[in-house]
Each structure stands twice: as C-alpha cells, then as structure tokens.
Design a protein. Structure first.
Length: 181
C-alpha cells in the first residue's frame, strides 16, 4: 500500500514538472487528459498506462501489424522493440553490391532476440505503412547467386504490403509501446 502512495507522489510531481504534456522531443506524452485525476484518485496503473509517447504507440502498432501473433499474447519478459533506420542500405547485407536498396524513410523494428522477429516498413504519410517482406536471414543456395539476389531484393522493395497499422486493444498497444527503445 505504501508503494502505491509513493508511486502516486512521484507521478504527481512529474506532472508538475512536465505540465506541458510533452517529452523532450515535443511529442505528446498522454493520450488522456485525466492523468492527474487518475493519480490523485490512486489509480497508478491507469496513470502509468498513458505515459508512453505517441511515437512509441505508433511504433508498437506497426510491430503488432507486421507480427500479428503478438496481438494475442503478453509481452515476454525482457522484451524490447528496437528501431533502426535502414534508409539507403542494402536489403541483403551479405551481398550489398548485388542488392536493392531500401527507400528513404525505411525503418526496421526488431526484438531483443532474433527469434522474436522483425518488421521492415516505411510510413506513407496517409495513415498507412508499407511493410516489406524481408527475410530475417538470407540463407540458402539461391541467395548466393548475384542474379537471384538482385531480382529478389528488388521484388521485395517493389511489392510491399500497404496496410493501416493495428488499432485494436489499447492495453496491448500500451504494453508493447512501453518496450520501444
């Protein structure tokens, strides 16, 4: 019980310091204008759920769109969503000279372990994203062929899946948003 009051006090003092509702990047840090009310009423869990940035939420939505199995499971222990800009880089880093290049604005999301998957995407500016079907590893005999590598990586770039990011369960989005690094 004491922890609840200490946490509420810390959150309330944080609100006073960041009264503008924006983080250091100027991004909105609360989707809910009732954050102070939640803290003062002792609902620390609710207050914590709304403290992620819009950037983190949008990133989590793309992760949940590209890897929909995560929509129905709890966040694994130690899980992180990492973000990396891959603009202009080779789709197949093992054969960069024979590989198509990612367009400007392309990002890769990847978990803290390879087995957790990855999503390579580009925002389209209209509420949709283009998700590229990029293998996690370029293994197999065909990927050693310059001709196959060039044509297959170009096919990947030319044929993204254009989708609207997941906009389902808010608790799931917030849980994954809190893991974005």
């Amino acid at each position: 019980m004491m922890f609840k009051y200490v946490a509420a006090g810390v959150l309330a003092s944080t609100l006073v310091v960041t009264a503008s509702g924006q983080d250091e990047k100027g991004e909105k840090t609360s989707e809910n204008g009732n954050l102070l009310q939640a803290v003062t009423q002792g609902n620390v869990a609710e207050a914590g759920a709304v403290s992620t940035t819009a950037y983190q939420k949008e990133t989590a939505k793309v992760w949940l769109t590209g890897l929909p199995d995560y929509q129905n499971k709890n966040v694994p222990d130690g899980f992180e969503i990492n973000v990396r800009d891959v603009s202009g880089q080779a789709v197949n880093p093992n054969m960069p000279a024979e590989s198509a290049k990612y367009p400007q604005g392309t990002k890769e999301l990847y978990g803290s372990a390879n087995a957790q998957g990855h999503v390579v995407y580009k925002e389209n500016g209209d509420g949709t994203v283009s998700i590229y079907d990029v293998p996690m590893h370029f293994t197999g005999h065909d990927w050693n062929s310059a001709g196959f590598n060039k044509s297959e990586t170009q096919r990947i770039i030319d044929n993204p899946k254009v989708v609207t990011p997941y906009n389902g369960d808010e608790a799931t989005i917030s849980a994954y948003a809190s893991t974005v690094k």
